[in-house]
Design a protein. Structure first.
Length: 236
């Protein structure tokens, strides 16, 4: 989860570098930041179904290796359009982390332990953002966005390896009944929970995504200083 978040959250700290390399407008930056989240949203349900069917380990490993592969492609993207497509695919494959690692916590821990266990698991996300904020700006300064994306690819590949070693294997289960899937999706409690959670996350992701650029453009901070402010927020 931390290695995935280093990309998902850490991407914001190299936005100034990407703007220079691809000569992006503010609107294009918005699309760039949204691309991976769009891919993420479209595949979370299929990855969740796959985790229920095949188990957490195989889903996490396949998804993260795919994400690392597409990040290597993003490192060498020759145009803005190509970069957008590759980032969308990074998000689409990286969504496997959310479905599989969250399911692992629910599977491994009892009802009276899950809140604490999920809380500990969630600390991986700001930790990944912190790693991204501290490492990506100097890498981008030294080797451009290519170096930053290749580092993220290596980090996510390492996360796949850890997942393969640490997560418990599980035999395949019987195919999920379509009626069960339909019943779950139609559950109004699920939709209330999703909408309520979303109302919080929409603002959070927007602030994180544009925060570094705002500090650079509106307050005159250097890219490194703005990234440190971003890092401090992740620690808090």
């Amino acid at each position: 989860a931390a290695s995935g978040a280093a990309f998902g959250i850490g991407l914001a700290v190299i936005v100034p570098q990407l703007r220079e390399e691809y000569d992006l407008s503010l609107g294009q930056i918005g699309v760039l930041l949204a691309a991976s989240w769009v891919g993420h949203t479209l595949t979370l349900l299929p990855w969740g179904l796959a985790a229920d069917r095949f188990g957490e380990r195989i889903v996490l490993v396949v998804g993260m290796l795919g994400s690392a592969l597409f990040l290597v492609g993003a490192a060498f993207a020759s145009s803005y359009g190509e970069l957008i497509v590759l980032l969308l695919l990074v998000g689409a494959t990286g969504a496997a982390v959310n479905s599989s690692s969250g399911r692992a916590v629910m599977h491994w821990f009892g009802a009276d332990e899950r809140g604490l266990a999920l809380g500990i698991r969630q600390t991986a996300i700001p930790l990944g953002g912190l790693v991204g904020a501290l490492t990506l700006p100097p890498l981008a300064d030294a080797g451009g966005s290519e170096a930053a994306f290749l580092f993220l690819a290596a980090l996510i590949a390492a996360g796949a390896l850890v997942g393969a070693v640490v997560l418990r294997g599980r035999e395949a289960v019987d195919a999920i009944e379509p009626a069960s899937v339909a019943r779950t999706i139609a559950d109004t409690k699920l939709w209330r929970l999703s909408v309520g959670s979303g109302l919080y996350l929409y603002a959070q992701i927007a602030v994180l995504g544009f925060g570094v650029l705002f500090l650079v453009d509106e307050h005159g901070l250097s890219k490194q200083s703005a990234a440190l402010v971003f890092a401090a927020g992740q620690v808090l």
